[in-house]
Design a protein around this ligand. Structure first.
Ligand code: NAD
Length: 448
């Protein structure tokens, strides 16, 4: 085969979950020949037929297009994928370890090892997963020990900033491209890989490995801090009779602050923010960096306390106990436009109320089946109306757009009690109150 850098690189993507499937499809869209590899045969079988085994807007179309064009293949065979490609993206999971704040790095380590030991020609291993600072350096020494004789490889870090629900656009037109630990050769190859976004002006940040790892982790830490900040202010608003929504709008006009991630409510969840700030708490602690650890500990605690706050509001709305009360829950996904229920605040609240003896009925436009897999004992409905029928209280726990078009007057006819808690501050309170509902948001003084 040709020398690395002499011909258009071929791409492998190891791990085809939310990140990897999107990245693989986007690379094919940019004109590369791509092989996605995953250890889960069901995932590979589905993707090979152009079926995306999770909900991500625009992704099924992109996968189908490029499976059909022949530029995108999926396999369970890491040996085949490694032999095929020149640039190997590591996109496997880095979940929170059991019983610890630390990240579980076993998947990243195993994926990197299996690429390195199966290299058949020179190539670049590109870490994309979110990892604690120092991981890349450790992986480099592992790779150096197992790469076959006569083959040269580099390991660099290129963290990913995509948002679920907007993953396709975020991957095709990223805000920035961070490349950590490159040489002249790997920089040139990566500039070719990202030629399309670079051509439209996407900034490229070249840095060392630890900086690249930390850019990603601190971006998530900052976003999490913003959410916990507004939730802390929301508590003051509620106590003082102020309105946190109006306050956030006013704050947001300051471009140093910005309006995004300033919605008071049930707080953040998902497969990234919670585990990423915990991993940073852990890693910063190991490094003796106590300030980041203590700041983010507070961020995590404030965030988790929002879930308890909403549970308590539901109990209070039911007169002190939810036992045998019927609770309609709107939303299961950790945020709208995804079916991801990893560490979902919505499901966490629903499950807690179920454990306290409530009859909880959940409706989510996309996440019912993923939620059902995680919490099979909860009850799932196919519509807002079904979830609301005979309810003593309705909880809005994910801010899906379709909840804004609920006819409050019509819904009032089918509930037992017209009581609603908008834990995402996403509904029009005046509309609901005018239809006779007792409506409560977070961070606003309750209306008697
Ligand atoms: P995911 O669980 O959806 O996907 C991980 C995939 O890797 C799974 O399909 C799993 O089967 C596969 N896998 C595990 N070990 C493997 C191995 N040795 N060989 C081949 N496949 C293997 O996780 P995700 O949400 O895609 O996240 C992946 C990484 O990307 C994490 O580090 C995450 O923090 C980071 N990230 C995620 C997002 C996001 O929005 N989901 C955004 C940016 C960064």
């Amino acid at each position: 085969s040709e020398a690395l850098g002499a011909t258009r690189p071929r791409i492998s993507v190891v791990g085809t979950g939310y990140l990897g499937a999107t990245h693989a499809a986007a690379m094919a869209e940019m004109g590369f020949d791509v092989m996605g590899v995953d250890s889960d045969p069901a995932k590979v079988a589905a993707l090979s037929e152009g079926i995306v085994p999770f909900f991500e807007p625009g992704l099924p179309e992109l996968i189908r297009t490029h499976v059909a064009s022949g530029r995108l293949h999926f396999t369970t065979d890491i040996v085949e994928a490694t032999a095929f490609a020149d640039v190997h993206f590591i996109c496997v999971g880095t979940p929170q370890a059991r019983g610890s704040n630390a990240a579980n790095l076993s998947y990243v380590e195993e994926a990197t090892r299996s690429v390195a030991r199966n290299l058949t020609h020179d190539g670049i291993i590109v870490g994309k997963s979110t990892v604690p600072v120092g991981t890349g350096a450790r992986l480099r020494s592992i790779v150096a020990g197992i790469v076959p004789a006569g083959i040269s490889t580099e390991l660099i870090w290129n963290p990913e900033f995509l948002r679920e629900g907007k993953a396709v656009d975020d991957t095709l037109t990223p805000d920035r491209i961070v490349l950590g630990g490159t040489t002249a050769l790997s920089e040139a190859v990566m500039r070719e890989v990202y030629a399309a976004p670079i051509a439209i002006g996407t900034p490229v940040i070249l840095c060392d490995l630890p900086t690249a790892e930390l850019v990603k982790v601190s971006a998530n830490a900052f976003l999490a801090t913003k959410i916990s900040f507004i939730n802390a202010i929301a508590e003051v608003c509620e106590a003082a009779g102020a309105d946190v929504g109006v306050l956030a709008d006013a704050l947001g006009h300051d471009i140093r602050i910005g309006r995004q991630f300033l919605n008071a409510g049930l707080g953040f969840g998902g497969g990234c923010l919670p585990k990423d700030i915990r991993a940073l708490i852990h890693r910063a602690g190991e490094l003796g960096a106590t300030k980041a650890a203590s700041l983010l500990q507070q961020v995590d605690e404030i965030n988790m306390s929002q879930r308890q706050l909403v549970i308590n509001m539901a109990i209070e709305a039911c007169g002190g106990s939810v036992l045998n009360r019927r609770i309609g829950v709107l939303g299961a996904a950790f945020k709208p436009l995804t079916d991801d229920v990893r560490d979902s605040p919505a499901l966490n609240v629903a499950a807690a109320l179920h454990l306290r003896g409530a009859q909880v009925v959940i409706y989510d436009p996309e996440a019912s089946s993923t939620a059902q897999r995680m919490f099979p004992t909860l009850t799932y409905a196919d519509s807002v109306e079904e979830a609301a029928t005979n309810s003593d209280v309705i909880l809005v726990l994910t801010e899906w757009e379709e909840f804004n078009s609920i006819d409050a007057a019509a819904l009032r006819e089918i509930v037992a009690l017209p009581v609603i808690i908008d834990a995402r501050n996403c509904l029009d309170a005046a509309h609901w109150r005018a239809a006779g509902w007792r409506f409560t948001g977070l961070g606003v003084a309750p209306v008697a």
